[in-house]
Design a protein around this ligand. Structure first.
Ligand code: GLN
Length: 277
């Protein structure tokens, strides 16, 4: 039994008791009690009974023990849409919205797009939701991730075709107008993997268990066979990888190879146009 918050505490007093980052605390208190943000403010005199104080304590304690807020809430917003998230999928990051925007700029009318390593489905669902005319396919090697992604497509009213596939294995000779991916790109042994929220995320979504570039290499190596000449491949990567990814694209014969910076000014997405295969 966690006794972080004593029965008899008022909501107002609880908000003035800084147990966590104030935004995280507010989100978790609202979630534990089923309250809106407004209710939390207007009901500051409300006294928590034993059961309520237990529920609140439990969620705050999980955060204190390091669990990401998105997993505790079971939800994270991405591209203005709500996504179910759980331990089977990476928590969508705001910087990945850059990849969605670059893809939307390049997706022709009724275009066919493939999202490789879709995880929660964030990228694919954001694309399909914004462009209902597009034919969006998304693959992942994880069945559990695909189940989450399918629920996210359904709950957001997006039509996405999901494939269980290790990179291009199940794609056959199919062609797409555009390929996008946010693959695992953290190198094995990177200290970030054993710090903070990343400890709770699926290792297979974060790291290639190698030099950080092996998934990016596999995606680049197969892309020309699945794109028309001049078709775009766009990939998210780590802050220290833009040059390496541009080199891989250039070596594979891609043209207009370039990188784009996220809102923090970090080159976060690189891409180029496919050669004739
Ligand atoms: N952007 C994530 C992080 O650094 C990593 C996501 C990924 O490997 N694709 O936390």
């Amino acid at each position: 039994m966690t006794g972080l918050v004593a029965p008899g505490t008022t909501l107002g007093a609880l908000q003035r008791q800084p147990l966590l980052d104030p935004v995280d605390q507010r989100l978790l208190v609202c979630h534990a009690l089923g309250l809106s943000r407004t209710a939390l403010i207007t009901q500051s005199e409300r006294v928590l009974n034993e059961e309520e104080s237990f529920r609140v304590s439990e969620l705050l304690q999980r955060r204190l023990d390091g669990e990401p807020v998105a997993y505790i809430l079971g939800q994270r917003e991405f591209y203005g849409l709500p996504f179910e998230v759980g331990p089977a999928v990476l928590i969508p990051r705001p910087e990945t919205e850059l990849l969605v925007e670059l893809a939307l700029e390049r997706l022709p009318p009724k275009g066919r797009v493939l999202d490789m390593g879709t995880g929660s489905g964030a990228i694919a669902v954001a694309l399909a939701h914004t462009r209902p005319d597009a034919q969006v396919s998304a693959l992942d090697v994880s069945k559990d991730a695909l189940a989450t992604a399918a629920r996210n497509a359904a709950s957001n009213g997006a039509t996405v075709r999901f494939l269980e596939s290790s990179w291009y294995a199940a794609v056959g000779s199919e062609q797409f107008d555009l390929i996008v991916s946010n693959p695992p790109y953290i190198a094995a042994g990177d200290r970030h993997l054993s710090e903070g929220d990343l400890r709770f995320e699926p290792a297979g979504a974060l790291t290639d268990h190698a030099d950080g570039l092996s998934a990016l290499r596999a995606i680049i190596a197969g892309a020309a066979r699945h794109l028309p000449p001049q078709g775009w491949l766009l990939m998210e990567h780590g802050y220290d990888q833009p040059q390496a990814v541009r080199e891989l694209l250039a070596q594979a014969g891609f043209s207009e190879v370039q990188s784009w910076a996220d809102l923090a000014g970090i080159e976060r997405v690189s891409g180029g146009r496919a050669p004739a295969s």
